[in-house]
Design a protein around this ligand. Structure first.
Ligand code: SF4
Length: 279
């Protein structure tokens, strides 16, 4: 299998030059590297330009509703633990209406890979300020400039309990491929925040302006050190790219299975257990 195996016959409908093309290239290469069979993979998305992603893959797909990609993905993961779950969406979908789901998906440590295409704007609805837009950012919805400080996706993922947190750039599909492979092989909630310019509606956060701030994570960074990861995530000037954090922790679906097997036992066994623990 190679990258082409995972591309569907549907041609992407993104604007020419959109950063999301780099993400698609990185994902198909990553799928080829991990070698997952397309019929064993489900791509789930919400609503937005980047949420069209499942159409362009030859895997199973679920194009859900705005901000609800994670509840759908978590349901699939718990009901069908034999399937691999990839989630795709934008910064608006993931951190505005889907913000609550993000926190709980991360703290539960559900085993899935979530790719945010972070362009700091709403593209599908033609250019409004999003939760990751910078302070003072001017758009149709904030003509005098945004008065809200932005959400930092990697900082939010780290402080919510995600167990694999990375930042990438859609101008570097090869680097993205490596981050995606790491996320797919990781057992737990993997968040990869991809700086992915909207070339049509965002003239501030461009390939050039992102590139000027990108710095690779130093090789001596300890991926198991949450405070060190937060320090890199919160740097006010530099945008560190690479894997900020990676640790092992029990996943949600294994806990649900354990609960189910407990409930399968006769009720008096369970009651006896409870009394044993109380005594
Ligand atoms: Fe990409 Fe922006 Fe076009 Fe949407 S509007 S496809 S985000 S360039």
């Amino acid at each position: 299998m190679n990258a082409a195996t995972y591309k569907s016959a549907v041609k992407p409908t993104w604007c020419p030059g959109c950063g999301d093309f780099g993400v698609l290239a990185g994902i198909t290469q990553a799928l080829a590297e991990v070698g997952w069979e397309p019929q064993n993979v489900v791509a789930v998305s919400g609503i937005g330009c980047s949420s069209r992603f499942p159409f362009f893959l030859s895997t199973y797909g679920f194009h859900s509703i705005h901000g609800r990609a994670l509840p759908v993905a978590i349901g699939i993961r718990v009901a069908r633990p034999d399937l691999k779950v990839l989630v795709f969406g934008g910064d608006g979908d993931g951190f505005a209406i889907g913000g609550g789901h993000f926190l709980h998906g991360a703290r539960r440590n559900v085993d899935l890979t979530y790719v945010i295409m972070d362009n700091h704007i709403y593209g599908l609805t033609k250019g409004q300020t999003s939760p990751t837009s910078d302070l003072h950012f001017k758009t149709k919805s904030t003509p005098y400039g945004s008065v809200e400080p932005p959400i930092n996706p990697v900082q939010t993922a780290l402080s919510s309990g995600a167990t694999y947190v990375a930042r990438g750039f859609s101008g570097d599909p090869k680097g993205l491929k490596d981050l995606f492979v790491g996320g797919m092989r990781h057992k737990g909630f993997a968040l990869i925040d991809v700086l992915s310019p909207c070339v049509t509606y965002n003239r501030v956060d461009t390939f050039k302006s992102f590139k000027e701030r990108l710095v690779e994570i130093p090789p001596d960074h300890d991926r198991g050190d949450l405070i060190a990861a937060l320090r890199l995530a919160m740097d006010p000037q530099r945008l560190y790219t690479g894997v900020l954090y990676e640790v092992e922790r029990p996943v949600f679906e294994d806990r649900v299975d354990a609960l189910k097997s407990r409930l399968d036992r006769p009720w008096f066994d369970v009651v006896e257990d409870v009394f044993d623990r109380m005594s």
